[in-house]
Design a protein. Structure first.
Length: 344
């Protein structure tokens, strides 16, 4: 490997290591200490003065590469040979790596000490979370993950599932004190029931069984009122009492190429689907349909659940109709107005 590339990679790991590799030990140590100070300043100012650390990091990489190339041009010995001097560089690099690790550890400790509020042990929070869920829903639960998010919220994030419904993943939150919990079990359960209910309808129009969501949105007060009569109210029970307060958020991902020839047929499908969704009785329905390149079909649900937009370049058309616009959809032509082209 080229010496300039090694020097650049070492400086990428931590400023100063590349300089030590180039036998500029004093310069490297000064850079490491400066970087430590600049990172601390960035932490203390919540990132507002983080630019010096970034600039120094970039400068350290560039400087290490330039000086390594100069050494090569001057036909100097490569740093790593069997000579005593080269072995000395090995030792210096090892010491530099240890110093870098210590500095990173100190930064982490100082940063968490400043921004992380004192909080109980995760094991204690896990036990309390199980007790909370068991008492609230009168079911057995399994906790799969307990994570403390230090900055900026200082909250515990907990993942769990009910043994009665193991395929429904619950997300819980608790403050740093770990003594108050909130969860989304009922809403996640209703989303599952809604999806199961609408699956035959989706497959009626799209036999290829594309991935979709059918989320039920309802205010927390309505759920709390329902739970006074039954700990785990079903979607069917909720409909009897609070259907007028519900919103259905329907999202469908299709791996299909829209063309001038098939667009009219596809928009008619969407129109008919909307009419069928109305028969659920839920007064407010929002619908989103994304048309992706057919080559992504094997990705399936991964595309639906992606939040990083990594499949954006393969998104060809996007159709979104808000709940307040659904009543205006009277023909398939009305649906077409909401179709937007994203990529060729």
């Amino acid at each position: 490997m080229k010496s300039w590339l090694i020097a650049g990679l070492l400086s990428l790991l931590f400023p100063g290591l590349g300089q030590i590799y180039n036998r500029q030990t004093s310069k490297g140590l000064v850079l490491m200490l400066l970087q430590f100070v600049f990172i601390l300043v960035g932490i203390l100012t919540m990132g507002f003065l983080g630019a010096p650390a970034v600039i120094l990091w970039i400068w350290g990489i560039v400087d290490a590469i330039i000086n390594a190339q100069k050494r090569d041009r001057q036909n100097m010995k490569q740093p790593f040979t069997t000579s005593d001097k080269s072995l000395y560089v090995y030792v210096e690099l090892g010491i530099g790596a240890v110093i870098a690790i210590v500095l990173v550890f100190l930064v982490w400790k100082i940063g968490t000490g400043i921004y992380c509020e004192p909080h109980p042990d995760k094991k204690v929070v896990k036990e309390d979370a199980v007790q909370y869920l068991t008492e609230k829903y009168e079911q057995e639960f399994e906790i799969t993950k307990v994570k403390f998010n230090c900055y900026p919220y200082n909250t515990f994030e907990i993942k769990a599932y009910s043994l009665n419904n193991p395929d429904v993943t619950i997300t819980m939150y608790a403050p740093s004190t770990g003594d108050e919990f909130s969860d989304d079990y009922i809403s996640k359960l209703w989303d599952k029931e809604s999806k199961e209910e609408l699956k035959p309808l989706v497959e009626k129009f799209y036999p290829e069984s594309p991935p979709f969501r059918a989320d039920i949105i309802i205010n927390r007060d309505a759920i709390d009122k329902l739970q006074k009569s039954t700990k785990v109210p079903s979607l069917k029970q909720a409909r009897k009492h609070y259907i007028n307060e519900m919103t259905l958020s329907f999202e469908l991902v299709l791996f299909k190429k829209l063309t001038q020839e098939n667009r009219q047929v596809e928009m008619k499908k969407v129109f008919d689907l909307i009419q069928q969704l109305k028969e659920t009785g839920i007064p407010r329905i929002g619908i989103t349909i994304s048309y992706y390149n057919p080559k992504l079909e094997k990705k399936g649900r991964e595309v639906l659940e992606d939040v990083s937009h990594k499949f954006w370049d393969e998104l060809q058309y996007y159709l979104r109709i808000e709940a307040e616009d659904i009543p205006s959809i009277q023909t398939a032509e009305d649906v077409t107005k909401y179709l937007k082209k994203i990529n060729d």
